[in-house]
Design a protein around this ligand. Structure first.
Ligand code: DX5
Ligand code: ZN
Length: 225
């Protein structure tokens, strides 16, 4: 399994929305590698969350890498506004558009990292055909739309298959691609995900419910050992 260092993004969905700037600073001070910002449209998922103006406010309040996760239909139509707001990486769902290739190409053309997300029940048998266009594959380990749900262990098989495919391409550019997991991540589930081959953990409920976010991030980063 991978030797790569584990990165942790804190999902701001579990933060206090009345104090987003302070919460962004808190995540930065706690040593997270990125702030994960969930964008929901009430259609692709049955909930609403933050939009480009909130991304812009978070961008102004800290220097962290902004990892934007679009859970919306027609993501291509909104990519530019999130980039203008300060997104460093944009991940959208395979299930949300017929223009997967075009959207990935466009994000990269804008100089940003491009990610492709898969819901827990979506097959990943064709996944390698997108490797050359992606900087990141995101596996949802909950049904998207809400924080604080239970980790779906079965997704670990897809993570493992994807990591094995990447390993086979060792030496090629695609090998540098990140495998991110999002949903129900805590020290116990982080270990399952990292053992399966993930190197990038998103955590919301767990990190925000701990008395010491810095220690909690360090614990997640150390879950491989
Ligand atoms: C779920 C979101 C996640 C969520 C993860 O739709 O994509 O980013 O915030 O949060 P936890 O760690 O609470 O499951
Ligand atoms: Zn997310």
């Amino acid at each position: 399994m991978p030797e790569a260092k584990v990165q942790v993004a804190a999902s701001i969905l579990s933060a206090d929305f009345g104090h987003l700037a302070d919460e962004a600073k808190r995540i930065e001070d706690a040593g997270a590698d990125a702030i994960h910002i969930d964008v929901m449209d009430g259609h692709f998922v049955p909930n609403f969350s933050l939009g480009a103006r909130a991304v812009e406010a978070i961008h102004r309040s800290c220097n962290l890498f902004l990892d934007v996760h679009l859970m919306i239909y027609n993501p291509f139509d909104y990519v530019e506004s999130f980039i203008a707001a300060g997104a460093d990486q944009i991940t959208f769902h395979f299930e949300a558009t017929e223009n997967v290739e075009d959207a990935l190409k466009f994000i990269r053309k804008c100089g940003k990292k491009a990610g492709l997300a898969f819901n827990p029940e979506t097959s990943s048998s064709f996944i390698s055909s997108f490797f050359h266009r992606c900087d990141l594959i995101l596996f949802l380990t909950v049904h998207p739309g809400f924080g604080g749900q239970r980790f779906l262990k079965d997704v670990a098989k897809k993570i493992q298959t994807t990591r094995e495919l990447l390993e086979r391409m060792q030496g090629r550019k695609e090998h540098a691609m990140d495998i991110q997991v999002d949903g129900g991540i805590n020290p116990e589930t982080a270990r399952i995900a990292v053992r399966a081959g993930a190197n990038y953990l998103v955590s919301g409920h767990y990190l925000f419910s701990q008395p010491n976010m810095k220690a909690a991030i360090e614990q997640l980063k150390g879950c491989a050992s």
